[in-house]
Design a protein around this ligand. Structure first.
Ligand code: NI
Length: 172
């Protein structure tokens, strides 16, 4: 397994709609394992394929006291409830918002990395992870879920931080 490089906002393909996975096999299993290792190395609770440069509908997640899992071609349904909570994103490291609204319950259907059906209910923090990662597959980062003024503040804060991280960011 290997730790993959994380794509930072606003680099491609973070803003693209990801394509469904059509081929299962060793390459997808390796991707899932590498994404789980990367998520752990970065101390994240979720990671979507576009964040490692691949515009494919795959994410991995690991609730704080749960086992890591991979979901391929996910579909969300039966969303219920609404709660504002804190979120960050490995593609905008160090930036957090406290008032990101999400459903508190969601049904997740799809496949695992082996092509076996996946069907589970996620609640509360796990539901938040699922919705955050699912958004990544549609090119949406968490600031898009905020009101416009907070969103602009978050993006401004991130771009200032990133400019410091990479001194020649303006030239890239
Ligand atoms: Ni994220």
């Amino acid at each position: 397994m290997s730790v993959l490089d994380i794509v930072l906002y606003p680099d491609a393909p973070l803003n693209d709609r990801a394509e469904p996975i059509s081929e299962f096999g060793p390459a997808l299993v390796k991707l899932a394992n590498d994404m789980i290792e990367t998520m752990r190395a970065e101390e994240g609770v979720g990671l979507a394929a576009p964040q490692v440069g691949l515009a494919k509908r795959v994410f991995v997640m690991c609730p704080p006291d749960g086992q890591p899992r991979c979901v391929v071609n996910p579909e969300l349904s039966e969303m219920e409830g609404r709660e504002e909570g804190e979120e960050g994103c490995l593609s905008m490291p160090g930036i957090y918002a406290t008032n990101v609204p999400r459903a508190t319950r969601v049904r997740v259907q799809g496949m695992d990395e082996l092509g076996q059906p996946v069907d589970f209910i996620a609640e509360d923090f796990e539901a938040r992870i699922v919705q955050h990662e699912f958004d990544h597959l549609n090119g949406i980062l968490f600031p898009e879920r905020l009101d416009i003024l907070t969103r602009e503040d978050v993006y401004r804060e991130w771009l200032a931080r990133r400019a410091q991280m990479v001194p020649n960011f303006q030239d890239l």
